[in-house]
Design a protein around this ligand. Sequence first.
Ligand SMILES: [Zn+2]
Length: 578
Amino acid sequence: MKMIRVLLPFVASLLVACDANEPQEVHPVASLLLINADVVTVDTARPHAEAVAIKDDLILDVGTSEEMLKHRGEHTEVIDLQGQMVVPGFIEGHGHYTSFGGSLLILDFRYARSFAEIVSMIAEAVADTPAGEWIVGRGWHQDKWETKESVLVEGLPVHDSLSEVTPDHPVMLIHTSGHGVFVNQRAMTLVELDGNTEPPDGGEIVRDANGRATGMMREAAQDIFRIAYSGHQGRRPAGVAEEELRRMVTLAGEESLRHGITSFQDLGTTFAEVDLLKTMAEEGNLPVRLYMAFEEQAADMAGRLDDYRMIGYGNNFLTVRSIGEKVLDGALGTHGGWLLEPYSDMPQSHGLNVVPVAEIEASAELAMKHDYQMAIQGIGDRAYRELLDIYTAEFAKHPDKTDLRWRIEHAQVIHPDDVSRTVELGVIPAVQGIFACSDGPWVKERLGEERTRERGYIFNTLAEAGLVPTNGTDPPVDEISPIGSFHCSVTRQLPDGTLFQPQEVYSRDRALYSYTMGNAIAAFEENIKGSITPGKLADITVLSQNLLSVPDDALLDTEVVMTIVDGRIRYRDGEIVR
Ligand SMILES: [Zn+2]
């Protein structure tokens, strides 16, 4: 009896609304309860529920509202969601975290309807930018322009009108794909590029009939400008650069939270960047959880990978265990994707091999040795096949290593013969649903009807073959928008209402799985993320309506109501919660 008396006050503090007639059991107290919700758990053990109990950073329990209210304590926050949908926090499966943050700082040309409009935006920026400073913008795509310039070379404008308004500022306009830049005369003068300059391997300087550079630099030809720009930025005082990087990390995280994203997989970081992210993880200043892949030269990585490998650092906010996205090829939009057969609309070209195969092989050997995942870009069917060959050879050398989950990023064009090979190797094609809709309007020009049907964006074919369905929007290449990518994944509906490869739609369930469990599996995180399951991290997104049941044409109206990371509400009703 004495024992019970001692225990009773303690137990009582853990219990709420316990029926006196029922045998008393101890219910751990939740910090946060979401009740009266439409919970889709993505956990086959209990696919649907009404309420979720969260205790600190973990999911405590899932069930009916009545059951979950048993976890209510004196300090428990209880939120009645009135039927709104609760899903596991979205995981962005492929993006570029700090450049996404950076893109929120620079000019945005995604909505520009002509080159002339871009030139006038630049002219405005000139007024606020000291002479000699770079003006950088991104997101342009020539196929989005409604009016074309009078002089075009390979479908692209020439730099004269741009150079005229920017005599004292180097200008670099990054193509929406990231696989090309358009520069002005000042930038070309700065890097000493003229009529005699040879393009680097894997790059192309577009020239007019007289041999004059038009300003368009494809693939490796853009590097010299990016280096000049980052060199200029790097010469600023150290504190300025670090402050800017911190700002990018925060901006990218907050924009992720607004879109219901709780984890972000970054394909292309550096050692220096990871140093800062590690500090920010220690400070508790990362807004979302990050999964990072190095984009460094094999020779530079060799001695450092062990020191930098970290899993779940800073309370599961930072994981570094991947090598990517060394791009084996370029983008389809810029005719850079490396194809088995030539482009239909540029028959002299198979696209470009950007990083030499030997460099990828060296990275693969390092990945195997230091227990890293490979996550390399293969957009065209030739690039995809080369990567399968490299992975096959590397796996054969190390038969003792299993469950490697090496990835091929984008996987937009795949020869049918390579699907079963992918399954046998246990390789994950890390695809982005939204690309089917953003590229859909011009893919058939690049590949022709038949090749498009057979090989283009065959995402559901891959999933049906048993491969892990994945998703993402590659921010800042495409808009960060799980809802937009979900919509495209399940409809394949282009902006003009036509359908692109509609036989390749995901089911609604599969689309949700791809953004949660699928992406978690692609990062070895299925035991801590991807479903609303007791014991997993409390990363949860609340949506205004049910993504699985609203009609197709209402999907894009879905709003993110709340984003919970690590058991904390970080975004609610349009506001970031700090
Ligand atoms: Zn990317």
